[in-house]
Every structure is written in C-alpha cells, then in structure tokens.
Design a protein around this ligand. Structure first.
Ligand code: S3P
Length: 180
C-alpha cells in the first residue's frame, strides 16, 4: 500500500536565493503527480515584467505586495507544490497562509553554496552591487529565524536537484521528521 504523503501531495518549498527551490519543486511535483507553481513566475506573468524590472521601476514594497497576492491566489487551489521566493516566508501573513496550505520544507544551503551557484547570475536585485558575499551572509543570517519556522529542513549542500527532491518526497511521507 502506498501511504498518502503528508499534505495530500501538496508542499511548499522555501529557502534562500539559489537554494534550488524552483528546480527541486518541479521534480517534487512530478514525483507527487501535483501541479507545480513557481510564485516568482506567477508574479512576473501577472505584472507583465520580470522581478528585476519590478524592483527597479516600482521598488521592493510593490514587489512584496504582488508576492502576497500571488500567494493568496496560489493557495486557493489545493494540492499544488509551491516554490516561494527567498523573502516570502519572512512575512508573518505569508507564513500563516503557506503553513496552513501544506507542509513547508526549507531548502537549506550554506552561504558558500549560494555564492557559488549565483556567481554568474545577475538576476537577484537584492544581491546587486557591493560585496555580494557579505550581502548573502548578512541577509541569510537575518532570515534564518523565519526559515526555522518551516516544518522540515533539508540540507542541499553537495547534492543534486534529484537527490534533494528525493529527500523532500521522503520527508513528506514521514510525519516523524516533522519539526513540530
Ligand atoms: C528574493 C528572492 C527571489 C525573488 C526576489 C526577492 C528575496 O526569489 O523573489 O528577487 O527576497 O530573497 P528566489 O529565492 O527564487 O531567487
């Protein structure tokens, strides 16, 4: 008998930029037979511009409002695997919606891993200009308490997307691994 995974096939992936939420989310959704929703992609299609353009022309506040709206819409349909942008879970309202929707899995990546993965990627507005390594360390440290409010944590350092997805799917099938 196959045990129905925790969350009935739905899950939320959170974590810092470069942790692999979108790539892992796609694989997890396929494995669970669920629809995959990338929240940043939803924001971009609703706004008709890229996240980078939204930050540049309208600022972070407008982006965070669009992000809240995208989350509200995403959780209105059950059974999805959601990948949330790195800042989404830091807002208490977003956190309540996401935690109420499905088990929340924190994809944990060390600052070194994130810096390596994003070294040739200029698409993250919050990491532009100045000392990128210092920015990653500072922002990650500031966000860690919020990420710790997830239901599960999976370390991604040194693992492939498929390996991380396998761990996520295993955790969802195992209530004992839950933090609280
Ligand atoms: C952000 C992360 C980005 C995107 C936006 C803000 C953040 O998503 O939502 O640039 O605040 O960490 P990824 O985590 O997918 O890079």
């Amino acid at each position: 008998m196959t045990r129905r995974p925790l969350g009935g096939g739905a899950a939320v992936l959170i974590g810092f930029m470069g942790a692999g939420k979108s790539s892992v989310g796609r694989v997890v959704a396929r494995r669970l037979g669920a629809e995959f929703v990338d929240l940043d992609a939803r924001i971009e299609s609703a706004a008709g511009r890229s996240v980078q353009e939204i930050f540049a022309s309208q600022g972070e506040g407008v982006f965070r409002d669009l992000e809240k709206e995208a989350i509200r819409q995403a959780v209105s349909v059950p059974g999805r695997v959601l990948a949330a942008g790195g800042g989404a879970f830091c807002d208490a309202g977003n956190r309540a919606l996401l935690k109420g929707y499905a088990p929340v899995v924190f994809l944990d990546a060390s600052p070194e891993t994130v810096i390596g993965r994003l070294s040739r990627d200029a698409s993250r507005p919050l990491l532009q200009g100045g000392d990128r390594e210092a920015k990653v360390r500072e922002l990650m440290a500031r966000r860690r308490p919020a990420y710790g409010k997830s239901d599960f944590g999976v370390s991604t350092d040194g693992l492939t997307v498929v390996q991380v997805a396998g761990r996520v799917v295993a955790l969802l099938g195992d209530r004992k691994g839950r933090r609280k």
